[in-house]
Design a protein around this ligand. Structure first.
Ligand code: BGC
Length: 506
């Protein structure tokens, strides 16, 4: 039966075994991304890896006199982590083309091949160029995977589960990071080639994704988009497990027709009235990275070594932060539609500000160039990192992705979201490539630097981010943008015409 609740239509559907199987198979895409995020920090701290590729860093690490904050400051070492995100950024544009032109399934298949190639190359690397080439291939995998997997997951989900499925992708990323931390803990004991195991084990989720991409169907939306209507209807029946899919199928057809009529989505995105969601989509991603989260996700083991833990204890601490990350993402799934987006983001700003300044304060007062923190204080730093990560995990982590996915109108949704994804990759690259050098130059000040950004983020949310909780996507313009004291100026029906006239007159 098709029912209507308020403005949103509920279609007849069941959660079929087939849909669950598809989710599980595609989930390997999220795990793979998380694994790549989490694995590099532990690997860059392993002696066997440093001796082979970065002997200078290894020598510095051994010297007792070496400056705590600068031991790991090496452009190439940072490039090992960051090259992946640069490749992901570059490949996200061809990936979005492949995804529209050939469908989600071949895009996911390509991602898995890149992942397999990348894990083989980096695990078997004998020279640094092989290592970087491997990371670039993994980056292509992330670019292709992150374009197609979230889209695939939400397109096959029954409408009422789409929001939750969106956060599920973030949950998978955090689980991937945690698995990577656990793997690093185990392989660090396999000297001198444990790092090869860490990098090579990425082949397991990659194989899962590869097999999955052969089994999953193409999504009905993508089939209709590419003029395979009958096949689209059949697939929809199969994944919904019911005979009457006509109302939902009609809606997919209408949506595809509207999207098809928009010949130039990127030009549309430049219209004045598209600015509010575009600005918010990009700014949230930039801010998400300037919370400093990836300084922790990529380099936690190194950070914990810096404050004085031995290799083992620092990897263990990374596992603890990884666990906190997973559990607090679960909190977000529960809270996002109850508490609302703004409150979660603002609360997290306060919590992140307090924990970052406290970490900065402890290091400033007690961690000089060549000493280490007393044990108790080092553990306080671990606890503060957990406090910080927990608030990120229930707010800026998932919401940085959720808000851009729900605020664009259909005509500009994929183009707008592609901008958000590439801004994320660009700034993830910036942080990965610069954090260790920034720590060397700014020392404890690096934590105050991130805390400063958090204040700016809080002010932005307070004045410029409207609440989108409980608003259907097609009501955004009327109920959200046109009601906001600042953004409404961009929204008048004639805002674009006025802008055109001003340009013509000048
Ligand atoms: C961010 C990643 C980050 C992860 C941590 C994601 O939302 O985009 O950069 O590493 O959260 O859980």
């Amino acid at each position: 039966m098709t029912t209507t609740e308020g403005n949103s239509v509920k279609f007849e559907s069941r959660i079929t075994f087939y849909v669950v199987l598809c989710w599980i198979l595609a989930a390997f895409g999220g795990l793979m991304f998380g694994y790549d995020i989490g694995i590099s920090g532990g690997v860059t701290g392993m002696d066997g890896f440093l001796i082979k590729f970065f002997p200078n860093v290894y020598r510095r690490k051994l010297k007792a006199k070496e400056d705590n904050y600068c031991k790991y400051d090496d452009q190439y070492l940072q490039l090992f982590t960051s090259s992946l995100y640069l490749a992901a950024l570059i490949s996200s544009f061809p990936a979005s083309k492949v995804c529209t032109k050939y469908g989600r399934k071949p895009t996911i298949l390509s991602a898995s091949v890149f992942f397999l190639l990348g894990s083989g190359l980096s695990a078997g690397a004998h020279q640094i160029w092989m290592l970087i080439l491997g990371r670039i291939s993994l980056g292509f995998g992330v670019g292709f995977g992150n374009e197609a997997v979230p889209l695939f997951l939400s397109e096959i989900a029954p409408v009422e589960y789409r929001g939750a499925v969106n956060i599920l992708f973030q949950l998978l990323i955090t689980i991937g990071i945690l698995i990577a931390n656990l793997v690093n803990y185990g392989t660090s004991k396999v000297h001198p080639w444990g790092w090869r195991l860490s990098l090579g084990l990425a082949a397991i989720p990659a194989t899962g994704l590869f097999i999955g991409s052969l089994i999953i169907p193409e999504t009905p939306t993508s089939l209709v988009e590419r003029n395979h209507e009958e096949k689209g209807r059949k697939t929809l029946k199969k994944i919904r497990g019911v005979e009457n899919v006509d109302p939902e199928f009609e809606q997919i057809k209408v949506a595809c027709e509207i999207a098809r009529r928009v010949k130039y989505p990127y030009r549309n995105l430049m219209k004045i009235s598209s600015m509010p969601p575009l600005i918010i989509g990009i700014v949230l991603q930039v801010f998400q990275q300037f919370t400093g989260i990836n300084a922790i996700m990529f380099y936690a083991p190194i950070l914990f070594q810096t404050v004085g833990f031995k290799n083992d204890a620092s990897l263990l601490s990374a596992i603890i932060t990884g666990l906190v990350n997973v559990f607090c993402t679960l909190v977000s799934i529960y809270a996002v539609d109850k508490v609302g987006r703004r409150l979660l983001l603002l609360q997290a700003c306060v919590q992140m500000f307090v924990s970052q300044t406290a970490i900065g304060g402890i290091l400033l007062a007690n961690l000089k160039s060549t000493n280490s923190l007393p044990k108790g204080q080092a553990w306080v730093v671990v606890v503060l990192v957990c406090v910080y990560v927990s608030s990120f995990a229930w707010s800026w982590g998932p919401l940085g992705w959720l808000i851009p996915s729900e605020t664009f109108p259909l005509e500009t949704r994929t183009a707008g979201f592609a901008f958000a994804v590439s801004s994320n990759m660009l700034f993830t690259f910036v942080i990965a490539q610069s954090f260790l050098s920034m720590m060397c130059h700014m020392r404890a000040g690096i934590f105050f630097f991130f805390a400063g950004w958090i204040v700016i983020m809080g002010i932005f949310v307070l004045f410029l981010l409207p609440e989108t909780k409980g608003v259907a996507i097609d009501e955004m313009k009327e109920r959200v943008w046109k009601k906001h004291p600042i953004w409404k100026k961009f929204m008048g029906d004639d805002a674009d015409d006025r802008a055109k006239k001003t340009i013509e007159m000048s």
